[in-house]
Design a protein around this ligand. Structure first.
Ligand code: TRP
Length: 469
């Protein structure tokens, strides 16, 4: 097959912003605070940080290396090295579809809340919580916002790597960072804010159990965009002279930094206003407007700024998920970029509608006890990503040549990577074992056992038919 030369990032900072843009998203600002809130605050955060900084960085380096070495996105990358492993790439593409089954719904809520900040949300007489529940269970409004949000994704990804994804990241990421700092400063200067800081930084291990570890591991993968070939795909567009370990370190530090910053923006204010930290996925949408409502007139502006930041963060992440599917269709099916974007985007509109409706109209429809939204969310976050990461580690550690990896990570010996052996042994032995243990403990202690078994069965079936893909 005649191939067009592969697209590449336009600049070093452009790649970094795109990769960090992928990592920093709803995971950091929407999910991290509510998970931390539900799991005892800093105890969860400490476990999370260990997972992110040891397992996360190592897996990210591995994904970058495989992607750049093969110059192919997830499926093609595995396939070109060992056809028995193609299924691990296919699992990644399925994960991308599943995450995009719920992610744009939350992205749509966030986009809607920018406008709602100015149109009476903060002074809502029925209460901000009821307003949120009423909004997300509405059959029209959130669906329309979800489609709008997906439409933005389609526009950006259709433009391609350098002129779409990279440009968006370069402008939007610094904006987000500035906005979050502003809000964090406002939050910690409120009277009574210190309770929130001690919730964030004084560990309470009494809330930690088997599920906490799986939640923290899943969150590390989700937040860093790992375990489904996303960073592999981004790595495949990387130039030969980029230092992979450095880039992985910077992206991981930025991502964890922003998650902590989001915590600092939310918890001090939350405690200052006497609200509860364990209010679940509605945390950002219920608590944050409440915080801003208590500020008086200027609150609307702060609220709008916050939701601009959240929407921006979500957008630079969801484009990376769409890109995984698009790159697969381009690499493996030879489709054009535009066709790939429109077809996969169209499917995502459909799953997004189901997922949004599961908050209201279709709330009675469940698969293994979970509504459509939760089905996509739990399957990816609690199994697919962690197992995907484990498969990648096994693949890299046991099925790739050590010399090839060393060559890739040192740019053919032109740059040093002093910790190569530490990284290699982590990936080969420690990480697969660690993930297996955490997944086993988590899956056996979780409530949604049926769903977990279903997820594992999907992976098994994919594995059996690997050579067919
Ligand atoms: N990391 C993003 C977030 O925190 C979401 C995301 C983007 C993602 N690409 C991914 C999650 C790939 C898992 C895999 O919001």
């Amino acid at each position: 097959m005649e191939r067009k030369p592969r697209e590449h990032w336009g600049s070093r900072i452009g790649f970094l912003m795109a990769a960090a843009g992928s990592a920093v998203g709803l995971g950091n600002i929407w999910r991290f605070p509510y998970l931390a809130g539900e799991n005892g605050g800093s105890a969860f955060i400490i476990i999370y940080l260990i997972f992110a900084l040891v397992i996360g960085i190592s897996i990210m380096i591995a994904e970058f290396a495989v992607g750049r070495r093969t110059q192919l996105a997830a499926v093609g990358a595995y396939k070109s090295i060992n056809t028995r492993w193609t299924f691990a790439g296919v699992l990644g593409v399925i994960s991308a579809f599943f995450i995009m089954g719920f992610y744009p719904v939350v992205g749509g809520w966030s986009t809607a809340y920018i406008i709602k900040s100015f149109t009476g949300l903060l002074s809502n007489s029925t209460g901000i919580k009821d307003a949120f529940v009423g909004f997300i269970s509405n059959p029209i409004q959130p669906v329309a916002w979800m489609i709008f949000f997906l439409f933005l994704n389609i526009l950006i990804v259709a433009k391609g790597i350098a002129s779409g994804i990279e440009k968006a990241g370069k402008i939007l990421m610094p904006t987000l960072f500035t906005l979050l700092i502003l809000i964090a400063i406002r939050s910690i200067t409120l009277p009574g804010a210190s309770a929130g800081l001690s919730f964030l930084f004084k560990p309470d291990f009494s809330k930690v159990n088997g599920e906490t570890f799986l939640a923290a591991l899943g969150q590390a993968f989700f937040s860093l965009s790992l375990g489904m070939g996303c960073m592999m795909t981004y790595g495949s567009y990387l130039n030969r002279d980029e230092k992979l370990p450095n880039n992985a370190l910077i992206v991981t530090l930025m991502d964890t930094g922003i998650a902590i910053l989001a915590g600092i923006a939310i918890f001090p204010a939350l405690f200052a206003f006497g609200l509860e930290p364990d209010s679940g996925p509605g945390l950002v949408f219920v608590v944050v407007p409440q915080i801003f409502a208590a500020m008086g007139g200027i609150g609307s502006l702060f609220s709008a700024i916050f939701f601009v930041a959240l929407t921006v963060a979500a957008l630079t992440s969801s484009v990376s998920l769409l890109e995984v599917v698009v790159a697969f269709l381009m690499d493996q099916r030879g489709w054009t970029r535009k066709k790939s974007v429109y077809v996969s985007g169209g499917i995502m509109v459909f799953t997004g509608i189901l997922s949004s409706l599961s908050m209201g109209l279709m709330s009675g429809f469940t698969i293994f006890g979970a509504g459509v939204f939760d089905f996509f969310d739990i399957l990816t976050d609690k199994i697919f990503l962690a197992i995907g990461g484990m498969l990648l580690a096994i693949f890299v550690g046991w099925f790739m040549k050590k010399e090839d990896l060393q060559d890739e990570l040192t740019n053919s010996g032109t740059v040093a990577f002093g910790l190569f052996n530490v990284w290699y042994n982590l990936v080969k032995y420690v990480i697969p074992l660690a993930i297996a243990i955490v997944a086993y403990i988590g899956i056996t202690s979780i409530k949604q056992t049926g769903l977990m078994i279903f997820g594992l069965a999907i992976i098994l079936v994919l594995g059996i038919f690997s050579k067919k893909f």
